[in-house]
Design a protein around this ligand. Structure first.
Ligand SMILES: O=P(O)(O)O[C@@H]1[C@@H](OP(=O)(O)O)[C@H](OP(=O)(O)O)[C@H](O)[C@H](OP(=O)(O)O)[C@H]1OP(=O)(O)O
Ligand SMILES: Nc1ncnc2c1ncn2[C@@H]1O[C@H](COP(=O)(O)OP(=O)(O)OP(=O)(O)O)[C@@H](O)[C@H]1O
Length: 501
């Protein structure tokens, strides 16, 4: 990629979140992640070129020096900062504008700094041969996978119902989503296959911003407001069927839609439980995890559990993510007074902001500060800073996404020794065909600003009071229909069963 010869026609809209917009190269396995800022600032960019460059360099440093050490290097691609020609960025912004979802357009792409983050395209790996079956990529934003046990928690409900499930009520009440998702992160992080299967089923039912599925780099399934869910499922099944059909012996050689979805989820569960580094997963260290992690709002029926949890393997992406999330030991309610202590200190001694690394640099010294935090509060500003740093790292882990890439294994690929050297993992992910090579990555590992902590406290209070006010009740029509799209898959199977031959 030659930075002085950039052509907007080589790039296309790929996706976006709250703070960045991503474009992918049409041939190379590369994406550019550009910053966004509020539309009202579009005439006046909120930061200088140097500040934008520093912000992106901070993202790279935070990911490679801090999060990578906590989550495991094998999952992380930190990328590099690039300086793009301004004319290219302007043309790109015009080109992608009409593809952007309306609800994301209250922010605009940064067209002034020319700075961007260049990353490998995880949905379209370089190793994929265009002549072969395209890889399937599943992106999950799992959110917080544990219940707080901090003594500072003032509302009992927070120790019983998880933040995601409570937040769903607040989001539906505020109109962010029309329907509540029945996905519960505690089921996904449980390590129990049945619960994980159940959680993924509900992500498929109501993807919101927690699930996206890509085929050959194209998004084939995500949340689309106002669309017909059953239609989306039909199209998803159409895409998935060829990956799961062959080798399976079913009545009339036809694999039911339900079986296709079940096999798909099973392969995904296996990848999430694997070490991400091959083999059957690592040492099980989290056997007690499941007991302390049942959310009362989860619709999973505990009585359905046939096998006790094996716990999360210690080298799995879910285990590492959960451990990092759990660096939030005090909960926002216990953390806030420490935030205030640091804030007061910085008001009294503004130059301390640099020494305490409140805005970076995110280097080894920063990691050491948070890892060497004393267990008891000695009243010092150092203790408060270490807890604030830990909390911010936990916030990042609560908001990151996991990308699982599945590549169907052909016989010739199985003979190709070259793949193993490229971190492609070879494993039969399913007890029956088909088998996939897979890789697991974590994305969106940006540092959360120090100043965002008061907003966290306010949001926490709003979510809890909304949940307590409504008693967990939701407006009519906001619950997914009983059995939702999986019932649709079953109906479709019945239709097929009675189709005249
Ligand atoms: O606060 P939360 O839990 O709602 O998380 C925000 C996310 O909302 P979600 O609930 O996942 O839909 C939110 O996602 P959406 O914009 O809703 O897709 C962002 O990820 C936000 O992070 P940032 O401010 O852009 O760095 C996230 O904010 P942080 O709290 O991580 O700063
Ligand atoms: N390296 C990558 N390869 C492929 N797709 C990517 C990559 N990085 C990001 N994406 C896609 O772009 C989307 C937006 O990226 P990202 O989640 O980093 O944005 P964000 O604005 O930081 O999100 P958030 O709303 O969580 O703050 C992702 O959901 C993902 O689908």
């Amino acid at each position: 990629m030659e930075l002085d010869k950039m052509d907007e026609n080589d790039w296309k809209y790929h996706g976006e979140g709250n703070k960045s917009l991503v474009v992918s190269h049409v041939q190379l396995s590369r994406v550019l992640r550009l910053l966004k800022y509020p539309a009202e600032d579009s005439e006046n960019p909120p930061q200088t070129v140097e500040q934008a460059f520093r912000q992106i360099q901070n993202i790279v440093d935070f990911s490679s020096n801090v999060m990578s050490s906590l989550l495991g290097e094998k999952f992380i691609h930190s990328g590099e900062v690039v300086k793009l020609p301004l004319e290219f960025v302007r043309q790109l912004s015009i080109k992608v504008q009409h593809q952007r979802p309306a609800w994301r357009c209250e922010k605009v792409m940064d067209i002034y700094s020319g700075c961007a983050l260049c990353l490998p395209n995880l949905t379209s790996p370089a190793l994929h041969q265009p002549t072969h079956t395209p890889p399937l990529c599943i992106e999950i934003k799992p959110k917080c996978g544990f219940l707080p046990s901090s003594k500072h928690v003032s509302k009992d409900i927070k120790t019983k119902v998880c933040r995601f499930c409570m937040h769903q009520h607040y989001k539906v009440a505020g109109g962010k989503w029309k329907r509540r998702s029945l996905y519960c992160p505690l089921d996904l992080f449980s390590g129990n296959r049945q619960r994980m299967h159940f959680a993924i089923r509900h992500l498929i039912e109501e993807p919101q911003n927690n699930l996206k599925i890509f085929k050959g780099g194209q998004c084939i399934y995500s949340s689309k407001e106002g669309s017909d869910d059953a239609m989306d499922l039909t199209s998803l099944l159409h895409h998935l069927r060829p990956y799961f059909q062959h080798g399976n012996i079913r009545i009339n050689s036809h694999m039911t839609s339900k079986a296709v979805l079940n096999d798909f989820i099973q392969v995904l569960v296996n990848a999430l439980l694997s070490g991400g580094g091959g083999g059957d997963g690592g040492v099980v260290t989290d056997r007690q995890g499941e007991g302390r992690s049942f959310c009362e709002a989860s619709v999973f029926n505990k009585e359905r559990i046939r096998h006790g949890s094996q716990g999360l393997p210690s080298d799995s992406v879910l285990f590492r993510t959960l451990q990092t999330q759990m660096l939030d030991t005090l909960d926002i309610e216990g953390l806030y007074p420490l935030f205030r202590r640091v804030e007061q200190h910085l008001q009294d001694f503004p130059k301390e902001r640099t020494r305490l690394q409140m805005d970076g640099p995110y280097n080894e010294a920063f990691l050491e500060k948070l890892q060497k935090c004393p267990t008891e509060d000695d009243g010092s500003v150092e203790y408060a800073v270490a807890k604030v740093h830990q909390y911010r790292v936990a916030m990042t882990a609560k908001d990151c996404s996991i990308m699982v890439t599945l590549v169907p294994r052909s016989e010739e690929e199985e003979d190709d020794e070259g793949l193993s050297s490229q971190r492609w993992l070879r494993d039969f992910l399913s007890s029956r065909p088909p088998a996939f090579s897979y890789s697991v990555s974590i994305l969106d590992l940006d540092p959360k600003p120090f100043d965002s902590i008061p907003r966290q406290l306010r949001l926490d209070q709003k979510i809890v009071s909304c949940y307590l006010r409504t008693g967990g009740a939701l407006p009519k029509g906001s619950m997914p229909p009983h059995s939702g799209i999986f019932a649709a898959a079953e109906r479709e199977d019945c239709t097929l069963l009675f189709h005249p031959v």
